[in-house]
Design a protein around this ligand. Structure first.
Ligand SMILES: C[S@@+](CC[C@H](N)C(=O)[O-])C[C@H]1O[C@@H](n2cnc3c(N)ncnc32)[C@H](O)[C@@H]1O
Length: 235
């Protein structure tokens, strides 16, 4: 990591219609969060429950309106910083968790221009939580070294991520209400969940944190399934 980064720092560009969030995502949440999404949200709660970090400050990247977060988890921290470009999401997030002290800030830590290094430098004492955002990060798929830069930049932090690793438009063979068995490789996981000729999309994010702690199936919408990985890092 660079000792001191030279400004300007990358800044989030407000969006309401982004492919990975925005208005479409809120409508989906409205329709599915208590039904199709319920098993996945319960699984995320279990993951968060078991993630214990010694910091009082948490930075959450891409929470949207916190549909997969819960108050009990957020209450563990004295201070929560939110990095989320969608203004409606930020508004709804505050409505959903009025008792949590949150600061919404503008760093774009997913930027190809030293985003991870800025993240580490701006929040040296915080734990970092990526909430289903890295699997859609353009930098991850277009810049082969970006994942290594992220790991290097955050080596001294407690950090965790759940992120989509595979998606498909046909139902997987796996049982959606149960966590999936750990997988050593992506082809192994894909082969376990789908059979030829299903087209499966690879999000280039398998094993990105370094340590895989869990896998779950998310039935995101009718005709849309994702395999999501949970990984944590301790310095
Ligand atoms: C797939 S949604 C996940 C939302 C939420 N974490 C959840 O699990 O329900 C991805 C979120 O990342 C946000 N996002 C997109 N680009 C981002 C960036 N550069 N920094 C932080 N958040 C970003 C989107 O606005 C969206 O809310």
């Amino acid at each position: 990591m660079a000792d001191t980064l030279t400004p300007p720092q990358p800044t989030l560009r407000m969006h309401l219609f982004d492919a990975s969030g925005g208005l479409g995502y809120h409508l989906r949440a409205l329709h599915h969060r208590r039904t199709l999404w319920a098993p996945f949200i319960a699984q995320v709660a279990t993951w968060l429950d078991s993630w214990h970090v010694p910091t009082t400050h948490l930075v959450i990247v891409g929470p949207s309106a916190g549909y997969t977060l819960n108050e009990g988890f957020l209450q563990r921290f004295d201070r929560v910083t939110v990095l989320e470009p969608d203004p409606l999401a930020r508004f709804l997030l505050r409505q959903r968790f009025p008792r949590i002290r949150m600061d919404c800030e503008t760093l774009d830590c997913l930027s190809a221009g030293n985003g991870p290094q800025w993240l580490a430098q701006c929040y040296p004492d915080a734990s970092i939580l990526f909430t289903n955002v890295l699997g859609q990060s353009p930098a991850l798929s277009t810049l082969p070294r970006w994942m290594d830069e992220l790991r290097t930049a955050l080596a001294g932090h407690f950090w965790a991520s759940w992120h989509d690793v595979l998606s498909a438009t046909t139902p997987p063979l796996a049982d959606g209400d149960r966590p999936l068995e750990p997988a050593n490789t992506l082809p192994e996981l894909a082969g376990r969940c789908w059979r030829w000729p299903t087209e499966v999309c690879d999000h280039d994010s398998f094993g990105l944190v370094g340590r895989q702690e869990g896998l779950a199936l998310w039935h995101l919408a009718p005709g849309q399934w994702q395999i999501v990985e949970w990984g944590t890092h301790s310095p």
